[in-house]
Design a protein around this ligand. Structure first.
Ligand SMILES: Nc1nc2c(ncn2[C@@H]2O[C@H](COP(=O)(O)OP(=O)(O)O)[C@@H](O)[C@H]2O)c(=O)[nH]1
Ligand SMILES: [Mg+2]
Length: 312
């Protein structure tokens, strides 16, 4: 049976400061745990595209790194990815999280700067996430009021991405902003990233969850071997950290930590490939890689989307 015609399609960049819930929204909208989510800011380093069908529309959502004050070349690269995605997209989801206290009602300067960078608010759906945190709904109204004075958005939608609450409303609003044209992606197209990209991300996710403080920001993961020719998928990955002192933290006592990182990441990868996975992890120290353009390129943070550690 031919699939029904898609009348609207286009790209929608999800932008906002770190930790507001952009990646959670992507995953919820796609009903797929694609993007990695943690409570640590700057978890997302790359743009990740995920395509979702909503009514007559095909929406290509682009998750982006949170805009922040960069402290390294990597940070600057992450910011430029987000700005570029917002510029090039047909529409923008501009996301903030509800303030937890009344005195935070004033828009954050980081948000107002970002709003200016995004441009015409008529193509922006303003999404207020984490409303589940609010005990007092009047705070939300006051917040919406403060923001509505700043710009006239195409729509304002309060949601709880974590609870799947309001996500369909967001998709409905962005669909209205997309140009009328046929489907750009095939019906079953989910993402433009290869499985090996997600394999490296899932390892990084477990490192962020298992280590604290500065370690997550100093770690990159490359895939040295990805062999799916047999029944079992064989993957070898290298964890690159920036200091020799981070190696024992990653290893843990008797290698316990790296072992549990590997087990959890392997389960996530198996969930995605729906096959048994054999995952081997290595640790390497690359001093100050976040400021080396060579290392950034090698680790795939140069816009090439390449996640191979080398051409091994
Ligand atoms: N309470 C609450 N937490 C959320 C919600 N959405 C996301 N989070 C949490 O906020 C943190 C950051 O989420 P993430 O999606 O990684 O944010 P990103 O940095 O903007 O991509 C994670 O701990 C999420 O579980 C929500 O609707 N409510
Ligand atoms: Mg994210």
């Amino acid at each position: 049976m031919p699939s029904p015609t898609v009348y609207r399609s286009g790209t929608v960049a999800i932008v906002g400061r770190p930790n507001v819930g952009k990646s959670t929204l992507l995953n919820t909208a796609l009903r797929e745990r694609l993007a990695i989510v943690t409570s640590t800011p700057q978890t997302t380093r790359d743009r990740i595209l995920g395509v979702v069908r909503h009514g007559d529309a095909q929406i290509a959502l682009i998750d982006t790194p949170g805009l922040h004050r960069p402290r390294s070349r990597l940070g600057r690269h992450m910011n430029s990815i987000a700005r570029e995605a917002a510029r090039e997209a047909d529409a923008v989801i501009f996301m903030i999280a509800v303030p937890s206290e009344r005195d935070e009602l004033k828009p954050h300067p980081g948000d107002t700067t970002l709003l200016e960078a995004v441009g015409d608010p008529a193509r922006v759906v303003f999404v207020i996430n984490k409303v589940d945190r609010l005990a007092d709904r009047s705070v939300l109204l006051a917040f919406i009021d403060a923001w509505s004075k700043l710009a006239s958005f195409a729509a304002v939608v309060p949601i709880s991405a974590r609870r799947h609450d309001g996500v369909e409303l967001v998709l409905g609003e962005v669909a209205k902003l997309l140009p009328e044209r046929g489907a750009v992606y095939a019906e079953d197209f989910l993402t433009d990233r290869p499985v090996r990209f997600f394999a490296s991300e899932f390892v990084r996710e477990q490192i962020i969850l298992a280590t604290r403080q500065e370690v997550p920001h100093h770690v990159a993961v490359t895939i040295d071997r990805f062999d799916e020719s047999g029944k079992v998928v064989h993957i070898e990955a290298t964890i690159h950290c920036a200091k020799e002192s981070q190696r024992p933290i990653l290893l843990g006592a008797g290698g316990e930590r790296i072992k549990s990182i590997g087990t959890a990441a392997r389960r996530r990868i198996e969930e995605m490939v729906e096959r048994q996975v054999n995952l081997k992890l290595w640790i390497e120290v690359d001093e100050a890689w976040q400021d080396s353009s060579e290392s950034l390129g090698e680790f795939g943070y140069d816009g090439s989307g390449n996640v191979d550690g080398s051409d091994r």
